[in-house]
Write a protein that binds this ligand. Sequence first.
Ligand SMILES: [Fe+2]
Length: 290
Amino acid sequence: MRNVTVDNVTEVVIDSLGKHADIPARQREIMESLIRHLHGFCKDVNLTHDEFLAACDYLGRAGAMCSSKRQEFILLADILGVEVLVDMLSNPVSGNETISTVLGPFFRENAPILPKGASTVQKSFEGEETVYIEGYVRDVNGKPIAGAVVDIWEDAPNGLYENHDPDQPDYNLRGRFQTDESGHYACRAIRPVPYPIPSDETAGQLIRYMGHHPMRPGHIHMFVVAEGYRPLISQIFDSSSEYLDEDSVFAVKEELIGEFKKAPEGSDTDLVLRFDFTLAAANPQKAAAE
Ligand SMILES: [Fe+2]
């Protein structure tokens, strides 16, 4: 094709898909839609060449920000509401299972495996409020799930996750806890505080371009995994936190709001939080047959 025009360029590019090598149907579907939307976007806003070059420079700088401790693209997707959308499309709620929400950019694999009831706190901060967190992990029929792993991570009272704060010990405020025979899990942690998502560099540039703010309400991330069940990536939000109605990454769900209550007299923490999880079977037909 020698005569590419504004009118035919989209079809010309789509026609090139799979011309020189077979590509799977899903790959074709993704590329065709991507090309249509990208071209449509450029036409919609009549993108200038200077703006195009600025975008390429921006994406290059975002890529350079990524390391084993920082994932800038998840952050950008969060700011644009893309991760929450993909999560809702990937994990539609079909029964009474606990609703999922975004993983976010601060998850780290291989958090320490801690005994039931242990604390994730390796470094104390002035004014922190300690909390005993407990609950049950069950299936959609209410049967306890023993041996489920609850992976927990949260920010420190200075608003920073340990992997973004050189003054916190490695894996501070992170831990994995296993449920016992009755499906019960428990740990000790601290009340999470609202924090701004990293708004230096490219994420901040995007937030400012949108005229939005970077704040998230206080929340604890929970990733619950059990054999035979759909992994659940979720967060528990502090019911008394600011920003519940204006989360910068749009991840709040009503049923994920938990109450941090004053601990009973004689407790070794300031607060208690009870939160139960219900996991959907990985293969619902097989589970029903059993
Ligand atoms: Fe978070």
